[in-house]
Design a protein around this ligand. Structure first.
Ligand SMILES: [Fe+2]
Length: 505
């Protein structure tokens, strides 16, 4: 007899219990009679949830309503049909409020009792199905929301990666996201980048208590063979050999990260022994994350090659300019030192500092379009010649921005002749509207220009050049940048004096 037909009959009259048991067992039920609500309450914990209970209301010691109250207070919801006298419909209603599924009046009509019990069983079965369906719906809605959140976070991570050297860091971010998303106990990613192996674990292996060697072997195997291993299955090579290293990973998923030709990495995540296995849709999401890592890797490589080619071409152009413009070159080493001191004095982050240094090397690249006759004219320029000369920041911008790769450098170059008070060129930007890198370059470049011999004048003395920077602070130059620059110059000059003196001692 299945549990679905279990039936408890609770009636203080043993004869009623006996007769009902007799009749209902013929209808396929498995009845058990008891003579008091107290007995039912004592047994309730061992009664399966889908047991039907036929409960008499009028009983001595404890009536049916009190039994219902206690069951309700215990948080249990068994299927109870109450049996009540004609006169106590009100009592039946009270029982219904306390969770009874239905009621039937005494004296009992056996046909009606049968119909009532069947109806309650059908309703319970339907409710169980509904609850299961809504749980499944809720689970898939949760999974959907989680996947949506993951994709959003992934998009943020991908947007943040702009430089190829950030690829390992971005990969680690993706691993952290994966770890969090899947409630993983230990997550790892192994990659071969520029022929160097990199492996990350979240959390660190020492915290997770993992076996590093075993895990690395498993990751390397997946990377080399390109075979996924799900819950310890799939670890077979084409020759049919099984890799024993996966025996310890029956709660793990290992997926290869595939490149254009071969796999170049592997991702592993694992849940604890008590957790559920990974579902199909979770595996699909993991595949997607692996594919993103692969796209990132190939973008980083493309970007690197392209960047190398572009920077090579631009550097050749800058060298060509140096040979064309007789005035540049002499002070480049010292200018670089002043620039570095100013950048570190302003506490610029490394990426921005590198950008300014690079822009400084290329800031006059637009002069490549200025005719030699103007560039090296041994006398003051005419108004028309100045107009041409003043185009060089825009021409520099155009050259550097031609394919968008050096657009950030291009912007710094464009504004290196803007003045802090808005009287500069080409866009007459003012104050903090001028990029900080351009404001730095303006001070360093002007100082360098004053200290350089020109075809039409000699270099200005060191102290006079310093004085000029101080005088133009707040007009031509950003006062904060000028202060930091001057501090750097004084410190540099002192360092050089000490070095000179120690040479003679
Ligand atoms: Fe310039």
């Amino acid at each position: 007899m299945s549990d679905e037909r279990r039936l408890l009959i609770v009636d203080d009259d043993p004869l009623v219990g006996f007769q009902l048991s007799d009749i209902l067992s013929e209808q396929g039920y498995a009845p058990e009679a008891m003579e008091s609500g107290i007995e039912l309450l004592e047994k309730l914990d061992s009664v399966p949830d889908n047991t039907l209970i036929l409960l008499d209301v009028n009983m001595p010691l404890m009536n049916g309503v009190e039994v219902m109250r206690r069951i309700d207070a215990a948080g249990r919801r068994p299927s109870i049909v109450v049996m009540t006298a004609h006169a106590s419909v009100q009592t039946a209603i009270e029982c219904l409020k306390l969770g009874a599924r239905d009621y039937i009046t005494k004296p009992l009509d056996m046909d009606l009792l049968t119909v009532t019990l069947e109806r309650v069983r059908e309703r319970d079965a339907l409710a169980a199905t509904n609850s299961e369906l809504s749980q499944r719906l809720e689970d898939s809605a949760t999974e959907f929301r989680r996947n949506q959140a993951a994709l959003k976070k992934l998009a943020e991570i991908l947007r943040l990666q702009s430089m190829p050297e950030e690829f390992p860091q971005t990969t680690l971010e993706i691993l952290r996201l994966t770890h969090e998303l899947f409630g993983s106990e230990l997550s790892s990613i192994s990659l071969c980048v520029n022929r160097k192996p990199i492996t990350y674990h979240v959390p660190a292996l020492s915290e997770a208590g993992g076996n590093a060697e075993l895990l690395q072997n498993a990751l390397s195997w997946v990377m080399q063979t390109g075979n996924p291993v799900i819950h310890g299955k799939g670890a077979a090579t084409k020759e049919g050999l099984v890799n024993d290293d996966f025996a310890a990973f029956d709660r793990s998923v290992f997926l290869p990260i595939r490149g254009d030709k071969d796999s170049f990495g592997a991702l592993q995540i694992s849940r604890g022994n008590t957790a559920t296995q990974f579902t199909e849709s979770e595996l699909e999401l993991l595949e997607l994350l692996c594919a993103e890592v692969s796209v990132l890797h190939s973008n980083a490589r493309l970007y690197e090659n392209y960047e190398r080619m572009t920077i090579g071409a631009i550097t050749s152009l800058a060298n060509a300019l140096r040979s064309k413009d007789n005035s540049t070159g002499d002070h480049s080493r010292r200018t670089q030192i002043y620039l570095n001191r100013t950048i570190s004095g302003l506490n610029l982050p490394k990426k921005e500092a590198d950008l300014v240094s690079f822009a400084m090397r290329l800031h006059d690249i637009g002069k490549i379009r200025v005719p030699n006759s103007i560039l090296n004219k041994p006398g003051p320029l005419t108004r028309e010649e100045w107009e041409i000369m003043r185009m060089h920041p825009v021409w520099g911008y155009d050259i550097l921005n031609s394919d968008g790769m050096l657009s950030e450098v291009a912007v710094l170059v464009r504004h290196h002749h803007e003045n802090f008070d808005g009287t500069g060129y080409p866009d007459k930007l003012k104050g903090s509207d001028i990029p900080l890198g351009s404001r730095i370059m303006a001070v360093v470049d002007s100082f360098d220009a004053m200290r350089s011999n020109r075809p039409y004048r000699k270099a200005i003395p060191f102290e006079a050049a310093i004085e000029e920077i101080r005088n133009k602070s707040g007009q031509q130059f950003d006062p904060d940048v000028a202060d930091i620059f001057l501090e750097g110059i004084v410190a540099q000059s002192a360092a050089e004096t000490v070095a000179r003196e120690s040479q003679f001692n």
